[in-house]
Write a protein that binds this ligand. Structure first.
Ligand code: ZN
Length: 462
């Protein structure tokens, strides 16, 4: 009896990190669907005609101060809440990590499968249903593998700057409106109506001997290069390949998307089309180059504890009236009919929004905001949709952490979350938004509150 207790204690001691030590593991598991699956990302149904490059669930597990957190990046369009909840349950079954301590984000590849069961563009198809049935266990497997590979680690961080591949896509136009993706060399453009976030946060996880474990990279640009009917991870595929050339093929590149609800890759001053695998490769190469330029400036991060805190925020619904509902029903009928006329794009966007808002029967939209802090210098924030860039910048500015990284499309996905300013200007993202004015600012407040709480805790513990 005493003997077995001794061994039990010994096992416990070896399984837990020594105080002040951080242990990190990483893994990537392919989640590529079979060809033929309906693809996400556009307002039409299209089946994947082939596989250009594999999609992955990439996971990093960090353990320090007796607590583990996992961060997962999926080469998918978004992270619907039911997917997040199922995956967290699977992770709890197969690892020591609490589901609430897992951050699941999407890169927003527009050339992956439909993953929204409600999507009118193939969400109910057998292929999508079968894909979604096995997805949570595949993602959990990436986390389980990452946990099993945990080893003592050094965490280093730096921030690069890249402003040549991201552009605000909203513009003041000569007719007084705010345009959305107005097209290259459009003579009616006066100037941009928003900004970008050029920061390229880089976090390197390596063994004390310098062997690579993982590299976390974050950047705020909407991923929609490819357009082709082939499965692809888009730009992060090139980023991961380039960083593997530098650090070795086993390194896991965890790419998360910053707040880019109104930022994409289209340079309206550049005449040439920017589409396809070529542009994805160009962007990935430029981003990788900035990571490598930043590399000599990596500084050690005191990673003595992992802290995680989440909160649920109720977001108000977008305002709609009876006339909106009647119009949307007619548009939805036209969308489902094979006969012309095809409704206008923004009318389709509006009709789908109204359908979703009606389905909520007046109930606000509950969403999660989560912060994972490593020590008192470094923190990740999760936000649940496509967030306007200025909201992300506000969080970074008000965060007491020296380095704050924001992963949008994480732990849920409710579509666009414009800034209050943009609601008055209208156009695509505002028409599409299921949540009402002020929602984005509520998320900012919640994130900043959590960051301050965790930072105070980290400071008090030192
Ligand atoms: Zn998109």
């Amino acid at each position: 009896m005493r003997f077995s207790l001794f061994f039990a204690t010994l096992t416990l001691l070896t399984a837990t990190a020594r105080s002040g030590e951080v242990r990190v593991g990483a893994a990537a598991v392919p989640i590529t669907p079979a060809a033929g699956i309906p693809m996400a990302g556009y307002y039409s149904e299209r089946g994947a005609q082939g596989i250009h490059d594999d999609l992955y669930a990439r996971a990093v597990v960090i353990e320090a101060g007796g607590r583990s957190a996992a961060m997962v990046a999926l080469d998918l369009i978004s992270t619907p809440r039911d997917l997040v909840e199922q995956t967290r349950k699977e992770i709890e079954k197969s690892t020591q990590i609490r589901g609430a301590d897992v951050l699941i984000s999407a890169t927003h590849s527009h050339t992956g499968p439909v993953i929204d069961r409600e999507s009118p563009f193939g969400g109910q198809s057998d292929r999508v249903v079968a894909y979604l049935d096995t997805l949570p266990s595949k993602i959990a497997e990436a986390v389980r593998l990452a946990e099993s590979k945990k080893a003592p680690a050094i965490v280093r961080a730096a921030v690069g700057h890249e402003d040549s591949i991201a552009f605000n896509r909203r513009f003041h136009m000569t007719d007084g409106s705010v345009g959305w993706n107005p097209g290259k060399l459009n003579p009616r453009i006066l100037k941009t109506a928003g900004t970008i976030d050029p920061e390229v946060p880089v976090v390197d996880f390596a063994t004390p001997d310098g062997l690579p474990i993982a590299i976390a990279v974050n950047y705020a640009v909407h991923l929609d290069n490819i357009g082709a009917p082939e499965i692809s991870a888009d730009m992060p595929a090139t980023l991961a390949r380039q960083l593997a050339d530098f650090r070795g093929r086993d390194v896991v590149t965890l790419y998360s998307t910053g707040c880019c609800g109104d930022v994409n890759h289209i340079d309206v001053r550049w005449r040439e089309p920017q589409r396809g695998f070529a542009n994805a490769s160009r962007m990935g190469t430029i981003l990788a180059a900035e990571v490598l330029r930043t590399w000599p400036r990596l500084e050690p991060v005191r990673a003595d504890a992992v802290r995680v805190r989440s909160t649920m925020v109720n977001l108000p619904l977008a305002t709609i009236d009876q006339a909106d509902i009647e119009r949307s029903q007619e548009i939805l009928r036209q969308m489902q009919s094979p006969k012309p006329p095809r409704p206008k794009f923004l009318d389709q966007v509006d009709a789908l929004k109204v359908r979703d808002v009606v389905a909520r029967k007046g109930h606000p939209i509950p969403v999660e905001v989560q912060v994972i802090a490593v020590g008192d210098e470094l923190a990740w924030v999760s936000l649940p949709g496509e967030i306007f860039v200025e909201l992300g910048l506000a969080i970074k500015q008000d965060s007491p952490f020296r380095r704050t990284i924001i992963a949008e499309l994480a732990n849920g996905a409710i579509g666009y979350i414009p800034s209050r300013r943009a609601y008055a200007q209208g156009n695509y993202e505002v028409i599409s938004a299921r949540c009402g004015e002020g929602s984005g600012e509520r998320l900012v407040d919640a994130a900043v509150r959590l960051l301050k709480e965790l930072h105070a805790e980290a400071t008090a513990a030192r």
